[in-house]
Design a protein around this ligand. Structure first.
Ligand SMILES: Nc1nc2c(ncn2[C@@H]2O[C@H](COP(=O)(O)OP(=O)(O)O)[C@@H](O)[C@H]2O)c(=O)[nH]1
Ligand SMILES: [Mg+2]
Length: 442
């Protein structure tokens, strides 16, 4: 029994219209108790005009969108009440629904109902939030492909290949007398695992690129005082967000800003200049700079092109040596001689072209990554990696001539990880697969 849930689907603020949404097994019954028409017999998608009432009191004139399950988002009988966009009215309607048997929906409950009724898989469910939260058109596009189910289809061939080999092994074990069934031998298992490994690796690679498009890159700007870190932040953002002066130690707290670089969001962090400082506040800032260096996925190390490398510069280069980084020589306007293959910029003249080029190169997102569906969150990519580890174990077991039933333990683990991506992990019963594939026991 799925209780009828109710919630405001639009923002809790004044607007032209608001939508109160209900879904559940007795949803039509609930709504009929407060609507001017009886909707219990409605058997297809319908829009109605009428009034929401408590007793004889009219709360509002509304439009009702009535969805007969399973042809609804949740798969259940659902109703959208479109009322005037007053919070007072919306609240009164919700209260009226609660009074006749509905209960308030919890966060994400509509999506989880849709998932439970197999209207969407887990990848699609996750994409709902991503679409809502997307801030660039590129990230919205990636999430839309997940929402439509396109991304989920990438998993199907992998799922099928693992199911094929697993069922073949099972059938070999359970029905050794069937001579017309292909033998699951060592080399065949190894070959199949290799093929699946390739498929998974491609999904991981594409997924990591999609993740960057979707979530952006945390980029710390570090360097000693006065090299022009804040000027570079401002020039990248196109606004004077951080204070720039010729006084060393001006930036004490972290200044943040987002910039969209050809569809990739850089979450920039301008930091305090790293050096030996006596000032207490400045030292807190310097410690913050060091921890943002730790957290950053990409680091821009800023050096002053007009002066020799100092010990402080060397220390900063050492501190950041294990990070993905770009070494940037600022104040290029002050120098004539330039080294080859080096990134020179002038924040003063707003000339950052070579940095932007280098950023694009380092981030290295292929054009195709913007257009093609890809798994795109850490849960999904993590499960791909988990499946790959289990497959590798199966391969090693096969190479070591372990028995097929032992090998199949790891294969099953890989299969479960793949199913978990789509939220199907309860469906590991292979017997149906086996019977449908091999006509065993016909
Ligand atoms: N000539 C020149 N001066 C710059 C450039 N970038 C920054 N500056 C100057 O260097 C000083 C320190 O800049 P700021 O951005 O505050 O450096 P930060 O301490 O590293 O954040 C300021 O006086 C800036 O005007 C540049 O490209 N060329
Ligand atoms: Mg600064």
């Amino acid at each position: 029994m799925f209780e009828t849930i109710v919630a405001l689907a639009t923002p809790p603020m004044k607007s032209a219209l608001a939508i109160v949404r209900l879904s559940g097994d007795d949803c039509f019954d609930v709504v009929s108790k407060i609507f001017s028409k009886d909707i219990r017999k409605i058997d297809k998608r319908t829009a109605l005009v009428g009034q929401i009432k408590t007793g004889e009191t009219v709360i509002d004139d509304v439009v009702l969108n009535v969805y007969k399950g399973p042809k609804s988002f949740t798969g259940e009988d659902s109703v959208e009440i479109i009322c005037h966009g007053s919070l007072l009215i919306a609240n009164e309607i919700i209260q009226a629904c609660l009074a006749v048997g509905a209960r308030l929906a919890t966060n994400g409950e509509y999506s989880s109902r849709a998932f439970m009724h197999n209207k969407i898989d887990l990848v699609q469910a996750e994409a709902i939030n991503d679409v809502i939260n997307a801030t660039t058109k590129e990230s919205k596009q990636i999430s839309m492909m997940s929402l439509s189910g396109e991304t989920s289809t990438l998993i199907y061939p992998i799922k099928k290949r693992i199911a094929d080999i697993l069922s073949l092994i099972e059938v070999n074990i359970d029905f050794p007398e069937y001579e017309d069934i292909e033998q699951a031998n060592k080399s065949m298992i190894i070959d199949t695992v290799d093929e699946i490994h390739q498929m998974i690796q491609k999904l991981i690679k594409d997924g990591e690129q999609a993740l960057i498009i979707k979530e952006g890159i945390k980029t710390a700007i570090i360097g000693k005082p006065n090299v022009g870190k804040s000027s570079i932040l401002n020039a990248l953002l196109g606004e004077e967000k951080a204070i720039v002066t010729d006084i060393a130690g001006t930036t004490r707290d972290i200044v943040e800003g987002d910039v969209n670089l050809g569809g990739i969001t850089l979450h920039l962090l301008d930091t305090a200049g790293i050096h030996e400082a006596k000032d207490v506040v400045e030292n807190i800032g310097i410690n913050k700079a060091k921890s943002s260096l730790d957290e950053a996925e990409l680091v821009l190390v800023i050096l002053d092109a007009s002066s020799e490398l100092s010990n402080e510069d060397k220390e900063i280069l050492e501190l950041s040596k294990d990070k993905k980084r770009i070494i940037v020589y600022n104040k290029a306007d002050l120098v004539k001689e330039k080294e080859e293959n080096t990134v020179y910029v002038s924040a003063l003249n707003k000339n950052l072209d070579s940095l932007v080029l280098e950023l694009k190169k380092v981030i290295g997102i292929e054009e195709s990554a913007f257009k093609n569906p890809a798994l795109n969150n850490t849960r999904q990519i993590g499960l791909l990696k988990k499946a790959d580890v289990a497959l590798n174990k199966a391969k090693i077991d096969a190479e070591n001539d372990l028995t097929v039933d032992l090998i199949s333990v790891s294969l099953l683990e890989a299969y479960k990880a793949i199913l978990e991506i789509l939220g199907e992990e309860n469906q590991t019963d292979l017997s149906k697969e086996i019977f449908s594939r091999f006509c065993v026991g016909k």
